[in-house]
Design a protein around this ligand. Sequence first.
Ligand SMILES: Nc1ncnc2c1ncn2[C@@H]1O[C@H](COP(=O)(O)OP(=O)(O)O)[C@@H](O)[C@H]1O
Ligand SMILES: [Mg+2]
Length: 358
Amino acid sequence: MKPSSRKGPARVVFDKVTKRYGTNVVAVDQISLDFPAGTLVTLLGPSGCGKTTTLRMIAGLEMASSGRILIGDDDVTRLPATARDVSMVFQSYALFPHMSVLQNVSYGLQVSGFSKDVVASKANDVLKQLGLEVLGARYPNELSGGQQQRVAVARAIVLEPRVLLFDEPLSNLDAKLRRYVRQEIRDLQQSLGLTVVYVTHDQEEALAVSDTVVVMNNATIAQMGSPRELHDRPHTRFVADFIGGANVLPCEVASVQGEQATVRLGGLTLTTNNCAGTATQRHVAVRPNRVSLLPAGSPHALEATIQKATYVGEQMEYMVQTPLGELFVTSPDTDRPVAAGASVALAFVEEDVVLLSD
Ligand SMILES: Nc1ncnc2c1ncn2[C@@H]1O[C@H](COP(=O)(O)OP(=O)(O)O)[C@@H](O)[C@H]1O
Ligand SMILES: [Mg+2]
């Protein structure tokens, strides 16, 4: 890695990239992506769906079995990790235990052949940027989890990578610190204009930090879009369930009129968005906080029975049985909870009912 070859944050392109392990495992299956420079993209999905493999192929720690990978305008498909100007922050931070914070942050620069003065000035700048300057002389075992995480980030960004990669960086932190550190990573990415690819299996974390979320399932891309698009307009049952735990109910598509569709949901007829997908028997997604509980017998509503009512502080949570299946419903009305066993009616606002493709 020659210092003169650095060119600033870069876009990342995958063109039909596949990764096989041996003959039986297809970890990543023909994925195509185009991440603009200066954005934070998360790879989100359940364990084993191919997130880490995708990240490691960007880093050059795994080689693609087929397809092309570009960083900026450079085809890096066959380049080794050391020639890619990419840094990775690991789950375990992988700090050198026998080196101080300053030495940890300086190490990569020294190996890259920078002069002593340049190493010192760059390392100190980055420590300052991350609020670590007072910790420069400490050793990793004298730091909290959050501080270790910050040192790991400092060690990565001091190399001015064209792409910065994070693989589940918060999994060793407690819940409160996780919120704080994820925001810190996001602020840093935005203030420095870094290209970041970030792996997580936590949908809330992904929605909180990302410009773009790529939802992966079974080695392929299930859906990609802004956090709001994925949350408000999931395309499939998998995405609807994975992002925000929407209720997924069977419906019949009665007719399609351009951008809109008319669907039958139990005895209800609703106008919804149209969506790719041609089958008549499909599903809709409805978020738990978008279902209204009305008195039994109310018109334009589904008959239902409350199975379980739970008070959780800010809201009530209900498990509700309907002819279409079980629904999870939340209500801010904690003063007048509905008791388990009660008959009710469920009503939906049409805009909140999302027709899925499957
Ligand atoms: N070195 C490897 N050899 C064989 N199979 C692997 C290897 N690394 C990952 N896999 C398999 O590839 C799939 C994707 O793994 P991975 O990318 O680690 O998923 P994720 O990070 O989403 O949990 C899994 O089925 C996993 O078992
Ligand atoms: Mg992983």
